[in-house]
Design a protein around this ligand. Structure first.
Ligand SMILES: NC(=O)c1ccc[n+]([C@@H]2O[C@H](COP(=O)([O-])OP(=O)(O)OC[C@H]3O[C@@H](n4cnc5c(N)ncnc54)[C@H](OP(=O)(O)O)[C@@H]3O)[C@@H](O)[C@H]2O)c1
Length: 268
């Protein structure tokens, strides 16, 4: 079991949504936290809320769509903390809508923030982790990585890419002391990119709370778990079925109202 106490964490997407809840959960366990995002105001608020814990914190205002800023982020955190034990690739964008109506720029930015930035940050921190023979990369994907959803095609592509990339690296770097976890939440209630719609997910799709996601991150680090789905059991069965028979899976997704729900969510 890996201890979280006194570990140095770099968490992206720390300014709002589930990032602050992940930060608080790990700070409670004694982790020092570097929070990254674009909004300085959002990051400062989160740092304030972490003051009750006796841990070191820092913020870094970065646009992860800019590779140079990813580089600067890692060197700034290394300078201040001296190490990065755990990288949590949590920042993400959901670019929803009919694929043909979305501007190419929005599609490209989604791929940059959701997939290229996590890959690049990992590429930057891995040499240090491999030298130390220890480290953990936690990737916040989505159930969209398991089951592509309509009107969120680019988002699902980035999350599926993240999942397979993370699993491939865990095989490539087995026995190096560096571990990989992918967390796949369903729709998250209370805060974040789904909650802002004010909708209730149909039972057939399922949902989870931010606390369940943060708890999954904590447990994945402690137990070196490769892949965690944070959602209800029927949803897992649906993914398994879609894997076995994609056309039957798609038929079911239509029947269960997933397609209609996704369409309604984006106002079509
Ligand atoms: N909410 C859900 O239902 C759900 C379900 C499954 C998976 N997830 C995944 O969980 C993660 C967090 O989602 P969330 O719901 O907390 O999202 P959110 O509320 O929209 O927050 C997104 C975070 O990412 C940061 N971010 C976005 N673009 C960025 C950029 N270009 N550079 C730097 N930071 C950037 C945002 O900060 P700034 O705007 O300050 O830069 C913010 O801190 C995402 O990877 C998402 O795909 C969410």
């Amino acid at each position: 079991m890996t201890s979280i106490d006194s570990k140095y964490v770099l968490l992206t997407g720390g300014s709002r949504g589930i990032g602050p809840i992940i930060a608080e959960t790990l700070a409670k366990r004694g982790a020092h936290i570097a929070l990254a995002a674009r909004s300085e105001e959002g990051l400062q608020k989160v740092v304030e809320s972490l003051k009750k814990f006796d841990v070191q914190t820092m913020i870094a205002c970065v646009d992860l769509a800019q590779p140079l800023q990813c580089q600067e982020l890692v060197s700034t955190v290394m300078d201040k903390f001296g190490t990065i034990d755990i990288l949590i690739n949590n920042a993400g964008l959901e670019t929803e809508g009919a694929y043909t109506h979305l501007p190419w720029e929005a599609i490209r930015e989604t791929i940059e923030v959701n997939l290229i930035a996590p890959m690049y940050l990992t590429h930057l921190v891995l040499p240090h982790m491999l030298d130390k023979k220890s480290g953990h990369i936690v990737n916040i994907a989505s159930v969209g990585a398991k089951c592509g959803a309509p009107y969120a095609a680019t988002y699902c592509a980035t999350k599926a890419g993240m999942l397979e990339w993370s699993q491939a690296l865990s095989l490539e770097l087995a026995n190096t002391g560096v571990h990989f976890s992918t967390i796949c939440p369903g729709y998250i209630t209370e805060v974040g990119m789904f909650a802002k719609f004010g909708l209730t997910a149909p039972r057939s799709i399922g949902s989870c709370t931010p606390a369940q996601v943060a708890n999954a991150v904590e447990k994945a680090i402690e137990h070196n778990t490769l892949d965690v789905i944070v959602n209800s059991l029927p949803n897992r069965l649906l993914f398994a079925l879609r894997e076995l028979s994609p056309s039957l899976g798609n038929w079911l997704l239509n029947k269960l109202g997933v397609v209609d729900f996704q369409r309604m969510k984006v106002g079509l």
